[in-house]
Ligand binder design. Structure first.
Ligand SMILES: *Cc1c(COP(=O)(O)O)cnc(C)c1O
Length: 431
């Protein structure tokens, strides 16, 4: 279909959108009495209107029962995390026994690397994407150092080629092949936070496994954004946060995945806590750690119920929408945004055109059949942060990364085609 740069056309797309009613399930921040054009669902997802009542339920049970709420609350706190598991597992394509919601993302990366980064004298290196999210870089550096290696020596980064922004799929596979005898771990993101590039997790995992290399993914920008199949892909472990595409509130509880094949390997080293020990004997307060055979073994502490309640509210909205509809709308939004940006470019001189840096499907960066996700990063050539500031003043909320990259994430649950049209209008007026 040929897109049109008109309000009527954008509204027509909204009218045909099967997920249209979901926007009303969220609080959209306001600017001068109008809905903001919110494009930062990849940093902090918006609040579902049901979140308050889910949290209120737990506050009421706490008021009413005190400590007895662990067993007497409507959703007993002792096992609260279990009511999240099935839906969380569906989001990452894992079996329920492979998934647990716990802690924070970086904490989970560390806990999982304690078990799955097991360097030997010959094999101690970690393969990562260049310019990974800083927290991930610090985590892998400090893990290498913890085992007595220098980060410079132990960490191998795959970089984009000269003059390119995204990493070619073949270059990742070539790096695995080149370093196959030295690598202990491949630790990549599922979707790069900056470029929005989706990595071919299935192929990376398969190729690394051929050489006995363990594979883990940080799914911060992938969970709730693209379809994942961690179990079938054979990924060893993964972690993600719930406050980006999963709309569960600032700093909310994170997720962890451990593949079934590791569940009965009780020789894995682990940093243990009482919540990872068998539920039947946990309150006997004994001396011996009795590991749970599943992802729950990696739990340390009793659960943060209030943030889990927010996560449950968000998961229920997600489940109601269904992933297939979300991914279809995500592709449609991206296609329209791409068009809107190209329309703006028609009005700009050559040295001031906006250049998309997020790679497209069926390219050297993203193989055919892998859905690109909903982030769209563009380089604002010849412009500075004043452009971003002016957008914010007009009620548009993108994300700005120095020196001149604008990240836009139209989220299928609550962004509309009209949002994209309005963004285009506002941007053109500013220029
Ligand atoms: C958002 C994000 C983080 C943030 O880590 P927290 O532990 O949740 O503060 C880490 N890694 C990646 C790749 C991210 O996108």
């Amino acid at each position: 279909m040929e897109h049109q740069n008109t309000l009527a056309y954008a509204q027509e797309l909204d009218n045909k959108d099967e997920l249209r009613s979901f926007r009303d399930k969220f609080h959209i921040p306001q600017h001068n009495g109008k809905d903001m054009v919110y494009f930062t669902g990849n940093s902090l997802g918006l609040q579902p209107k049901t979140t308050e009542s889910y949290i209120q339920q737990e506050l009421n049970d706490w008021k009413k029962h005190g400590v007895e709420g662990h067993f007497l609350a409507k959703n007993p706190w002792f096992s609260y995390h279990e009511i999240l598991t099935e839906q969380a597992a569906a989001i990452v394509g894992g079996l329920p026994s492979e998934v647990v919601m716990m802690n924070q993302l970086t904490v989970n990366l560390h806990l999982l690397m304690v078990s799955f980064y097991r360097p030997t004298k010959q094999r101690y290196k970690i393969l990562c994407e260049a310019k990974a999210f800083p927290s991930d870089q610090y985590a892998v550096q400090s893990q290498a150092q913890f085992h007595g290696h220098s980060a410079d020596d132990a960490i191998v980064e795959v970089e984009p080629r000269e003059g390119e922004y995204a990493i070619r799929s073949e270059d990742i596979l070539a790096a695995i092949e080149k370093h196959k005898d030295e690598l202990a771990l491949v630790m990549f993101s599922g979707v790069n936070y900056f470029t929005g590039q989706v990595f071919d997790m299935k192929t990376i995992t398969r190729e690394a496994h051929k050489h006995g290399i363990v594979v883990g993914f940080d799914l911060a920008h992938a969970a709730g954004n693209i379809k994942l199949n961690l179990h079938d892909w054979g990924v060893d472990f993964a972690a993600w946060c719930s406050y980006k595409y999963l709309n569960s509130g600032p700093g909310s509880v994170a997720g962890a995945f451990v593949h079934e094949r590791h569940h009965h390997n009780f020789d894995l080293p682990i940093f243990a806590g009482w919540w990872g020990s068998d539920k039947k004997t946990r309150f006997l307060m004994g001396k011996t750690f009795d590991p749970i055979a599943g992802a729950e073994r990696w739990q340390l502490s009793n659960a943060p119920i209030l943030s889990m309640a927010a996560h449950k509210a968000a998961l229920d909205v997600f489940t109601e929408a269904g992933f297939d509809k979300l991914t279809a709308k995500s592709e449609a939004l991206l296609s329209y945004l791409d068009f809107i940006v190209s329309e703006i470019n028609l009005t700009q001189p050559n040295d001031k055109k906006f250049e998309p840096l997020t790679p497209k499907e069926d390219s050297v960066y993203i193989p055919k059949g892998i859905q690109p996700g909903c982030q769209f990063s563009i380089i604002a050539h010849g412009r500075g942060k004043e452009l971003f500031n002016a957008l914010v003043e007009q009620g548009v909320v993108p994300d700005w990364r120095e020196p001149n990259v604008i990240r836009l994430a139209p989220v299928p649950l609550y962004n509309s085609f009209e949002d994209l049209y309005r963004f285009g209008e506002i941007l053109r007026d500013l220029l």
